[in-house]
Design a protein around this ligand. Structure first.
Ligand code: HEC
Length: 137
């Protein structure tokens, strides 16, 4: 492995990714975080949940960012060499589609869980920030 770091969550949290980097993928990730945060705030609201609908522009932006997970240039040029990243990305895309097809707090949390699983695998840090997306019930 390129990363000599165990799957220990603490280590992962403390591990900064790219303090001064703004790769295409980093920007996609930040956008995904923002989209997800906006979605979270909407689905905390019972009426939104009941209608099972989110603003279409928001879903469009979110899906556009999802589509970039496989192509945006990462900081680590070798990120996509062994297929591990792609497998985690597909798992995440899968739960995201489940969520957009059926808007529920549980499906949202399942999606956040997939963000974190990939971050744990790659010891990418920012897990504490992603944890804030969870809807606590
Ligand atoms: C398939 C693996 C994977 C999934 C799924 C994933 N990430 Fe990431 N994330 C990465 C990688 C790799 C980077 C480093 C990007 C780079 O520097 O090129 C990263 C970086 C980030 C960053 C830091 C960006 C910066 O400012 O440098 C944030 C925030 C982030 N991800 C949030 C999320 C959120 C929120 C989700 C779910 C909505 C998510 N990630 C899902 C792999 C993943």
């Amino acid at each position: 492995m390129l990363f000599g770091c165990s799957n220990n969550q603490k280590e992962c949290i403390d591990n900064q990714i790219n303090p001064n980097g703004d790769s295409e993928l980093a920007i996609v990730m930040r956008n995904l975080f923002d989209n997800s945060f906006e979605i979270k705030n909407l689905i905390i609201d019972a009426d939104t949940l009941k209608s099972n609908k989110l603003p279409s522009e928001l879903i469009q932006k979110f899906n556009d960012n999802l589509n970039l997970l496989h192509t945006a240039k990462p900081t680590d040029k070798n990120l996509r060499d062994d297929g591990v990243y792609q497998a985690f990305a597909n798992a995440y895309i899968n739960t995201s589609e489940k969520f957009t097809n059926n808007i529920s707090q549980n499906n949202f949390n399942a999606m956040v869980n997939n963000c974190i699983q990939c971050h744990e695998k790659f010891c990418l840090g920012t897990i504490q920030k992603i944890n804030k997306l969870y809807i606590r019930k």
